[in-house]
Design a protein around this ligand. Structure first.
Ligand code: UDP
Length: 326
């Protein structure tokens, strides 16, 4: 941990969070406010929603600006941290908005790095396990370079994030910018937009509506799902650490998609059947983080298992449905 960072002379430290109205971004804003920060959230609301910020909009240390960070960014006053979380993140979303995804990863990263440099702020990039593509090394350590198809449909997200990492380290090396990079692995929890296309969102929505769970391919592909509170705790630990290069923050418990479907049925008490649909192009066959580095440099590891995390997430999905029916 960096002792005493940021040094603000007693005033609350100030953070800019891009994608602040998104799933992870809104959790991050909430956690930063809870830790005493002043937070400026920027979001163009392409896939984010102000509903995620319902409880924060009136907070005295919180400001929201409807803004597209692919344009030049100006923020008045001091800024101690810039956290770049803006991007479509569900495969359905980034396939729907391929050019916007490339632009926010490229131009958005450049603009947010420029803001951090101008403000002499620390910069944290939200990167992704997708930089490993369809990995040939398993589990994936940060030293693995990945196996990405640059011209496939998923390449718009994977390559945008790979460019963003390269740009972030170029700013570190060329300008001495204080940077951090988190590689995020399949996060879920309250606030994950129902039916947003991601597997946990789809399965919970389908199970609660009594519709069949749509398993893509044969369901033997694997993922490692991290509960949002664990992820945010890891990101804040990284922000306060000295570690410049990428760090995997994810839960190494690995499940096949068929196993996940079973857990979702158990947790929701649903009798939904399973139907099979075609596997999307370039869908990775396996994914699991090696979190040795996070354990060593951050003293971080996840504490919420899949079943417990799904119970908490399911409660939120049920509450959302009840609210929509009122
Ligand atoms: N998936 C599925 N049914 C769905 C949505 C996704 O079987 O309704 C599969 C998808 O093909 C992938 C895995 O679940 O193998 C995780 O997909 P998700 O979109 O959540 O994340 P990512 O592919 O980015 O890890």
């Amino acid at each position: 941990m960096t002792g005493g960072w940021p040094d603000t002379g007693g005033a609350p430290p100030r953070a800019v969070v891009t994608g602040g109205a998104g799933f992870l971004g809104s959790h991050l804003c909430r956690a930063l406010l809870g830790a005493g920060w002043e937070v400026v959230a920027l979001d163009n609301l392409l896939t984010g929603s102000l509903d995620n910020l319902d409880d924060l909009l009136a907070h005295e240390r919180f400001t929201f600006e409807h803004y597209d960070v692919t344009n030049f960014i100006h923020v008045r006053g001091p800024v101690h941290a810039v956290l770049h979380f803006a991007s479509p993140a569900s495969p359905d979303d980034y396939l729907r908005y391929p050019i916007k995804t490339l632009k926010v990863g490229a131009l958005g990263t450049h603009n947010t790095l420029g803001l951090a440099l101008a403000k002499e702020a620390r910069y944290l990039l939200a990167s992704t396990s997708e930089v490993y593509g369809d990995p040939l090394v398993h589990p994936q350590p940060e030293t693995y370079w990945g196996n990405v198809n640059p011209v496939g449909p998923r390449g718009v997200y994977d390559e945008a994030k790979r460019f963003a990492e390269a740009m972030t380290l170029a700013y570190h090396r060329s300008h001495g910018l204080d940077t951090r990079i988190v590689r995020i692995f399949n996060v879920y929890g309250p606030g994950l937009r129902p039916g947003d296309g991601r597997v946990i969102s789809n399965f919970l929505t389908q199970a609660l509506e009594g519709r069949p769970l749509t398993v893509y391919g044969d369901g033997r592909q694997t993922r490692s799902f991290c509960y949002v509170d664990d992820e945010i705790r890891g990101i804040l630990a990284l922000l306060h650490s000295d570690h410049v290069g990428p760090v995997n923050i994810g839960n190494p418990d690995e499940f096949t998609i068929l196993e996940l479907a079973e857990v979702v049925r158990r947790v929701t008490g649903s009798r939904s059947e399973i139907t099979f649909a075609p596997l999307p192009t370039d869908d990775p066959a396996q994914r699991r983080p090696d979190i040795g580095l996070a354990r060593r440099v951050l003293g971080w590891e996840p504490t919420v298992g899949l079943e417990e995390g799904l119970v908490r997430t399911c409660e939120w999905y049920r509450a959302q449905r009840a609210r929509a029916e009122r």
